[in-house]
Design a protein around this ligand. Structure first.
Ligand SMILES: [Zn+2]
Length: 287
């Protein structure tokens, strides 16, 4: 039943994204007709494990034919007339080193790997979605991290122990954010400038901690394409998986899942709006 619901939800997202994509094309066409062009945006993809190569290769080939790859930290304008994508991986799984990196390097595609630096060489200690192939994954060891080709792979921090940062005390959150930057920096010659929030969980306080710790950008899991001409500190990303269908992946790397960010915002606003009413009802019920 649960997988049936998941399937329906996934199909509904594809259908709405397709409409969103068609709408975007109409707006783009109309803008060009009046001598204007819509600004280019960077779509930052995020993967977790890559359990086998074939589906991942199919997606890389789609990108090679239809898009341009940029680093996730790209600043300034983007090439016109073609989608720009950045490729990132959360959790630094061994399968990324074994299956994804050889294919990325073969195509000279840049990628960013976000490392939970307190879990090196171990199975994830944080909860993994039921049935996910990531349950069998291991995080790369310190030696594997040190050997990654630094010209094509940027390392970023993904905290130490992969907690929900907004639920920690200020001291613990700071240790996860700033402490992980120092610890990861000890393993590599790279200056660690990027951070990805575990589960995308962040608030104003954790954003400020990331800025104070010296990060240049922090990455969320909100699928909003990035305007690389402005220096917004938190950058959105869209979740992708090697098992995504060709249409699903096409829509994702064209930024057509951006509407989901508006739905989350609307849900949050409704929740905040209804909270006083719900609290009032709870008080009445207690009485
Ligand atoms: Zn993660």
């Amino acid at each position: 039943m649960r997988s049936g619901n998941t399937h329906i939800k996934r199909s509904a997202k594809i259908a709405v994204s397709l409409l969103y994509f068609i709408g975007l094309q109409i707006v783009r066409f109309a803008s060009r007709a009046v001598g204007r062009s819509l600004p280019q945006r960077l779509v930052v993809l995020y993967y977790h494990g890559i359990p086998n190569r074939s589906n991942f290769v199919r997606q890389l080939e789609a990108i090679r034919r239809g898009a341009r790859v940029s680093p996730a930290s790209h600043r300034g304008s983007l090439p016109a007339g073609i989608p720009s994508v950045a490729i990132t991986f959360d959790d630094a799984y061994v399968s990324v080193a074994e299956n994804a990196l050889p294919e990325l390097v073969a195509r000279s595609f840049h990628s960013t790997i976000f490392v939970p630096v307190g879990a090196l060489g171990a199975h994830p200690t944080w909860p993994i979605e039921h049935g996910s192939p990531d349950a069998n994954e291991k995080v790369m060891s310190a030696e594997q991290i040190a050997k990654l080709p630094s010209l094509l792979v940027t390392l970023g921090s993904h905290s130490k122990t992969h907690p929900r940062l907004s639920r920690l005390s200020a001291g613990d959150a700071r240790e996860e954010i700033a402490g992980s930057r120092a610890k990861l920096g000890d393993l590599t010659t790279q200056d660690i400038r990027l951070f990805a929030f575990p589960y995308g969980d962040h608030d104003a306080a954790t954003i400020e901690m990331c800025e104070t710790a010296g990060y240049e950008f922090a990455f969320s899991t909100t699928p909003t394409p990035v305007d690389t001409t402005v220096s917004e500190f938190v950058r959105g990303r869209v979740k992708v998986d090697p098992s995504d269908s060709s249409l699903e992946f096409f829509l994702k790397y064209h930024g057509a899942y951006a509407w989901l960010a508006y739905v989350s915002l609307l849900k949050r606003k409704l929740r905040d709006h209804n909270r006083p009413l719900m609290n009032c009802i709870a008080v009445q019920v207690k009485r």
